[in-house]
Design a protein around this ligand. Structure first.
Ligand SMILES: [Zn+2]
Length: 340
């Protein structure tokens, strides 16, 4: 059944591209397309990482970038959004490549691919995490749940029930992260600390970590944009006014001081925002902000709630396991929210 569905989708993707419905020269004409990546991990590491849905391999990244290069004028978010806003038209439609969270793997595995292809991107970093080299909370949960799962399935079920997650969730790691997003930050931390008491705290694998200021400065001098992804990656609509100011304004000031460069774009942690959050981002002096809402942007899209297309491992791979640009371009057309 799954295979049949996959075959139908592959055929539809080919037909839509042949009919130029999803061809970027038609579909993305006068539009701003923004793609989102999180982690870039070699296959051996990806196999151990508890949230593989937010990762691609360096080889996949290269294949995606080759398709982008054929059809779009690729650049950082600021570059592309400014060009789009000005109404100026380049030969190919603009495509901004963005990476969220500031993980070390971006420097190790994405940067060499981008630089070798002479392409620029935007990296959204969490300033507290850069300073402390601490794991972000979604990864802390994922690593802790993964370890508990390896220890004991029954203990895992008890813990999940405590998080408010059904014990038979097919993907307990993702279910626990999703449930934690709904918790008050204090409560989430208490849960997590109790869990880490059992399985051990700060036990991320050796390969994992955050990028350093020196690495970010190097990327910036290569022409990449460094933007803010807040100070502590909270769910912004849930924090107090004072904390919100800290998350938007302080992170920008710190980045500008460390990078000696103006910081112009912001990325909402977990994609969560509301009018109060937008006002704070504007007040902090940013010119653009990106969300996790799926889609592509038109000339009159709000520059503070730009839509993106999230790309994961396996996108563009057909039922026979071969990469086809038609599948990737269908996803990037903004016409297809989910691709399993
Ligand atoms: Zn994030």
């Amino acid at each position: 059944m799954k295979k049949a569905k996959h075959l139908v989708r592959d055929a539809a993707a080919e037909i839509l591209l042949a009919g130029r419905i999803t061809h970027p020269s038609v579909r993305a004409r006068d539009k701003l397309t923004i793609v989102t990546f999180h982690r870039v991990l070699p296959a051996t590491i990806l196999g151990q990482y508890p949230l593989p849905g937010i990762a691609v391999t360096p080889e996949e990244l290269k294949r995606f970038l080759e398709v982008f290069q054929d059809h779009y004028s690729v650049g950082s978010l600021y570059e592309c959004a400014r060009l789009h806003q000005s109404g100026e038209r380049s030969e190919k439609p603009p495509l901004a490549v963005t990476f969220d969270d500031g993980q070390l793997d971006n420097y190790l595995f994405a940067l060499p691919v981008l630089n070798a292809m002479n392409m620029r991107a935007s990296f959204y970093v969490v300033t507290d995490a850069i300073e402390s080299n601490e794991v972000l909370w979604h990864d802390r949960i994922a690593y802790a749940v993964q370890r508990l799962r390896q220890r004991s399935e029954s203990e895992l079920r008890t813990w999940l029930a405590d998080w408010g997650v059904s014990g038979d969730a097919a993907d307990p790691v993702n279910a626990a992260v999703a449930a934690a997003k709904l918790l008050d930050p204090g409560e989430r931390n208490r849960h997590l600390e109790r869990l880490e008491k059992i399985v051990g705290a700060h036990m991320r694998p050796d390969w994992d970590g955050m990028m350093t200021w020196d690495q970010l400065r190097e990327m910036q001098s290569d022409g990449h944009e460094i933007g803010s992804h807040s100070t502590s990656h909270p769910i912004l609509p849930l924090v107090s006014d004072q904390e919100l100011h800290q998350e938007t304004s302080h992170s920008r000031r710190l980045l500008e001081a460390q990078l000696d460069h103006e910081v112009r774009s912001f990325c909402y942690p977990n994609g969560d925002y509301d009018q109060r959050v937008i006002a704070s981002v504007q007040q902090a002096g940013y010119e653009f902000a990106v969300t996790t809402r799926y889609g592509i942007n038109s000339q009159n899209s709000d520059p503070f709630s730009l839509r993106r297309v999230d790309l994961q491992s396996g996108y563009g791979t057909n039922a026979a396991g071969r990469f086809r640009s038609s599948g990737l371009l269908l996803r990037m057309s903004g016409l297809l929210p989910g691709m399993a």
